[in-house]
Design a protein around this ligand. Structure first.
Ligand code: GLA
Length: 375
């Protein structure tokens, strides 16, 4: 991001939401993920103030809040502005002194749908605050600070995937990220397909205990396995054979959580190979297996998500479909041949509404670039 043109005129930053193609609940297990940034973003316009206050206005909520950067012990308010304040707090705690600012926020990433509106808000805020304060911070470090804001200020123990995708996504590319080393590869998504995202319109609550409970179950699995296999630091280090051999006495539920993570990591690696070969059929099979594993072993799907995916499987022109994001509601992602997109979306929308009486939103997306300053 260019951080040279600093004066008092406003700057605007855009940070995209993301859709995860495969690799769910693997990021906080040091594993692999494959999201893409989408063409729906959060925009933050910033102009500086002479004091140390942040005046934060949301166009979507029609609300404005003030945050004092000098207050001794800032606490979350259980409010959308926590994502902004949290980023400011983490930047300051890392030793970066911020200037006061007016921030004007507008978002087009649907909220609470598993498309990372919160990460997009954090990332756009981080770009805005650092530019406004003449700070030049590496994007990887900023992504980690945004994650920290969500973990330690907002209180959701999310992994690094969403913030990373919002910073590093690229047009027409899927981003395959190693969440341990933070090394990544951009893999080409063929022009012949669209990413079709179907919103069940059932909102999830990420900060909810279920997400944190899954993490705790994974940690319990790691602790048990590490006593038998000393090299194990995370589920990333365990093979399926090792789980079968050493994990037999784990509580059933913990065993299944581990099995999901271990098989999902393998699916991401296989999906990356498939994409390199442009083998969308194989990619789709892996997405399908991922959905079943999330439904049966990780138990983060829902009736609505399962229905959405089943409807996609019934449609021509769909290579793969699965729930995307944290789960318990939100969206599915579908890889659809461009000529079939209209037919597929109208079939799914009609049937879904008929069965659930909920009117779904469907977003036909393209993979797009990560965060940037715009004019
Ligand atoms: C949420 C979190 C991510 C990741 C996914 C599940 O989106 O923010 O870090 O854990 O859930 O894959």
């Amino acid at each position: 991001m260019s951080q040279t043109r600093i004066n008092n005129s406003p700057h605007t930053f855009r940070a995209p939401g993301r859709v995860n193609l495969i690799g769910e609940h693997t990021d906080y297990n040091d594993g692999f993920v494959m999201p893409a940034a989408i063409d729906r973003s959060v925009y933050v316009r910033i102009s500086s103030r002479d004091d140390r206050k942040l005046e934060i206005r949301s166009e979507n909520f029609g609300e404005q809040v003030e945050f004092d950067l000098d207050q001794p012990n800032p606490q979350p308010r259980g409010h959308w502005s926590d994502y902004v304040a949290g980023v400011a707090v983490m930047l300051e705690r890392a030793g970066h002194r911020l200037r006061g600012a007016h921030l004007h926020i507008r978002g087009e990433v649907p909220l609470g749908s598993g498309l990372s509106s919160s990460a997009a808000l954090e990332v756009a805020t981080a770009c805005a605050l650092t530019t406004n304060s003449h700070l030049n911070i590496d994007r990887r470090e900023l992504a980690l600070l945004c994650q920290k804001a969500e973990n330690e200020f907002v209180g959701a123990r999310v992994g690094i995937m969403d913030q990373f995708a919002s910073f590093f996504g690229a047009a027409k590319k899927a981003l395959m990220l190693d969440c341990r080393s933070l090394e990544f590869q951009l893999l080409p998504l063929p022009d012949t397909v669209n990413l079709v995202i179907c919103n069940t319109m059932v909102k999830h609550a990420l900060a909810s205990s279920a997400y944190n409970e899954r993490r705790a179950q994974c940690e319990a699995g790691v602790k048990y396995l590490a006593e038998r296999l000393p090299h194990v630091k995370a589920l990333r280090d365990v093979t399926l054979e090792q789980l079968e051999q050493y994990g037999r006495d784990l509580p059933q539920v913990v065993y299944r959580r581990c099995r999901h993570v271990i098989t999902e990591d393998a699916r991401v690696l296989a999906a990356a190979e498939a994409l390199e070969r442009r083998d969308l059929h194989r990619f789709g099979e892996l997405m399908r297996a991922s959905h079943f594993s999330l439904r049966d072993d990780y138990e983060v799907s829902s009736t609505e998500l399962d229905l959405m995916v089943e409807l996609a499987f019934m449609s021509d022109g769909v290579y793969g479909a699965r729930m995307t994001g944290g789960g318990f509601g939100g969206c599915t992602v579908n890889i659809v041949d461009v000529p079939y997109v209209e037919q597929v979306t109208s079939f799914i929308a009609r049937q879904y509404e008929h069965i659930t009486k909920l009117k779904p939103e469907i977003y036909v997306c393209e993979a797009s670039n990560g965060a940037e300053e715009i004019q």
